[in-house]
Ligand binder design. Structure first.
Ligand SMILES: C[S@@+](CC[C@H](N)C(=O)[O-])C[C@H]1O[C@@H](n2cnc3c(N)ncnc32)[C@H](O)[C@@H]1O
Length: 580
């Protein structure tokens, strides 16, 4: 199957080792006794999960189990049917069709679609963009979902309807549901309809040749109907839900610790052992964390793993929290031109004079690539290699306006020479805007004020101050105070955000790491960053230290000492360590 076809149908088949692990754990949860058990895979592909299940079943269970495989693709379903011989031929039912249709209306024999004892599944994961708005909205209506629905969310609701009360779910899904806003619907459904038994976040272990990073979820459908929860930030710690998290640890630990890593035969074996620590599998190191799943009552908040040590540490940070970044500052994304090649360049000087926009229309653009902690070297404003943006917006009387360039100006000549390309952005014109506007210009008056800028994707925090009125690119975000206009609040926020304490908090509160330990610093996370009392002596000293770091480019050694001081003062300000 081609990559595109796979993306459209969400058909990434489960590797055998992972299938075996999922099946084994489901079998351990099956009730003992003699009662007949109907086990379904609602998106069975070539049947490898059901085959793994059969392999994992103890002989005593085999005669009680019947299988149901549902699959949209005829060829896959026939491959599934062909792999089950012997007694399973009579005890397996294969249904070609769309599970979401069939589970929704029960046309193909009600008995098949209700009261299933267990479901084992790796449902298709098809993002809203690929699904298309119309299908996504239809699914949302049908399955009572809100927001941007992807196929796996609709599957989750449909699987909930299909299971009997007390029925078991063993699921492979994208780990993004744990922590992203887009995962709200899945968290909400799991929280209300199911009792969660175990979650395994397999992070970037590359167990899977899929675009998404996998998580395993084991849950039991609630016996007494949906669980109602109030919307609040309070954690409903779910101590009965065990949580294992496995991530590549390369580059994260000292070489001494890496040398101490315990050898293990495979990543799946690490899940079986569920022991925390650092492990080596062939030539890679993995960090395994084990603990309980903290589930906030409000499904919009991410779920997180907390070991008992981490819970205590988080409790102390919360106790030292006076406010959140979002209480005192706006956190916004940068501009999106939708024609970067025209608007953003680092070679404006090389254009012929007749088509070289005048300097007053070009503004320094801060981009992810050049972000460094504390400050961007000044004086590089028009140096070669620095990107500047042709920014056709300004504010007059509180309203955003578009610059009217003189028709005989070089700027106009430049824009005219790219007119065809810019007019292809028909959505700009359909929105009643000028053809040379940038699509998301943000607040043109906002650039002038001092702000803290940071890149979205970065292995470590890289928050830096901009006092030069630069524009911020769409791959970065910027923080501006809501009210007070002095720099101290920004220096304070930047000091906390660049500290080791906040990097740890970020990982615990927003476990959304990408490959190779890169973190996402999204608006929704940074808004939730806790801040200690800004007027405490430690906070005042922090502000002064950070001010020093932003004033002149410190040498490497001074920067290291400054960072250590920042780390120490942030811990003091939160009351994690005693003041010196
Ligand atoms: C991620 S694959 C998993 C297949 C198999 N269970 C496994 O784990 O290897 C998802 C499967 O769902 C099928 N599929 C996609 N949409 C479906 C639908 N609406 N109803 C039933 N099957 C569907 C795809 O054709 C694909 O075989």
């Amino acid at each position: 199957m081609s990559h595109t076809a796979r993306k459209a149908s969400g058909a990434h088949f489960t590797p055998p080792a992972l299938a075996a692990l999922l099946a084994e754990r489901l079998v351990n949860l099956l009730p003992n006794g003699h009662r007949a058990l109907r086990i379904m895979d609602p998106a069975c592909g070539d049947g490898n999960l059901l085959a793994a299940l059969v392999d994992a079943l103890p002989v005593t269970h085999r005669s009680r189990v019947t299988l149901v495989g549902v699959e949209k693709e005829a060829a896959s379903l026939s491959a599934a049917r062909d792999r089950f011989g012997g007694a399973w031929q009579d005890r397996a039912k294969w249904i070609e069709g769309d599970f979401l249709e069939l589970a929704g209306n029960g046309k193909s024999g009600r008995a098949t679609w209700r009261g299933v004892d267990a479901i084992i599944a790796n449902p298709p994961y098809v993002r809203t963009q690929v699904l298309g708005a119309a299908r996504s909205q239809a699914l949302a209506r049908r399955f009572g979902l809100v927001g941007r629905v992807d196929l796996s969310q609709a599957f989750l609701v449909a699987m909930g309807k299909t299971l009997r009360p007390g029925g078991l779910l063993a699921l492979i899904t994208s780990n993004r549901f744990l922590s992203t806003r887009a995962g709200t619907a899945s968290r909400d459904c799991l929280n209300r309809e199911f009792e969660l038994l175990e979650v395994v976040d397999l992070g970037d272990t590359r167990l899977f040749d899929a675009a998404v990073l996998p998580a395993l979820v084991f849950a039991r459908k609630r016996e007494r109907g949906p669980h109602r929860t109030a919307r609040s930030r309070t954690m409903r710690a779910a101590p009965s839900t065990t949580f294992t998290r496995i991530y590549l640890a390369d580059g994260e630990r000292s070489s001494q610790e890496t040398n101490d890593a315990v050898n293990a035969p495979s990543v799946t074996e690490l899940v079986r052992r569920a022991e925390p620590g650092l492990f080596r599998v062939r030539d890679a190191s993995y960090r395994v964390d084990c603990g309980a799943l903290a589930v906030p009552a409000d499904a919009r908040q991410p779920w997180r793993l907390t070991t008992s040590g981490e819970s205590e540490w988080l409790r102390r940070v919360e106790a030292g929290t006076a406010m959140r970044v979002g209480d005192v500052a706006h956190v916004r994304v940068g501009v999106k031109t939708t024609a970067d090649a025209v608007f953003i360049r680092n070679d404006w000087e090389t254009l012929p004079e007749s088509h070289r926009p005048e300097p007053q229309h070009l503004r320094r653009l801060l981009r992810q690539e050049e972000a460094v902690r504390w400050r961007i070297p000044q004086g590089r404003t028009v140096a070669p290699g620095v990107h500047r943006i042709l920014y056709p917006h300004f504010v007059k009387d509180g309203r955003r306006e578009v610059v009217e360039y003189a028709v005989d100006s070089p700027t106009w000549a430049y824009l005219e020479s790219h007119r065809e390309r810019l007019e292809r952005r028909t959505y700009v014109i359909e929105a009643g805007r000028r053809w040379y506007e940038i699509w998301v210009p943000q607040d043109p008056a906002g650039w002038a004020q001092p702000k803290v800028v940071f890149p979205d994707i970065s292995p470590e925090p890289r928050f830096f101050l901009d006092r030069a009125g630069c524009v911020v690119d769409g791959n970065c975000y910027w923080i501006a105070p809501k009210e007070c206009r002095d720099d101290d609040l920004l220096l304070f926020i930047m000091g906390v955000a660049n500290s080791a304490l906040m990097a740890r908090y970020h990982d615990l509160a927003f476990p959304n790491r990408l490959y190779a330990g890169r973190r996402r610093h999204l608006t929704q996370y940074v808004r939730e960053y806790p801040l200690p009392d800004p007027d405490s002596p430690a906070s005042r000293r922090l502000i002064e230290t950070v001010r020093g770091l932003t004033l002149r480019p410190p040498g490497e050694a001074a920067r290291r000492v400054g960072q250590q001081r920042v780390d120490r003062l942030v811990e003091e300000a939160f009351g994690i360590v005693d003041e010196e």
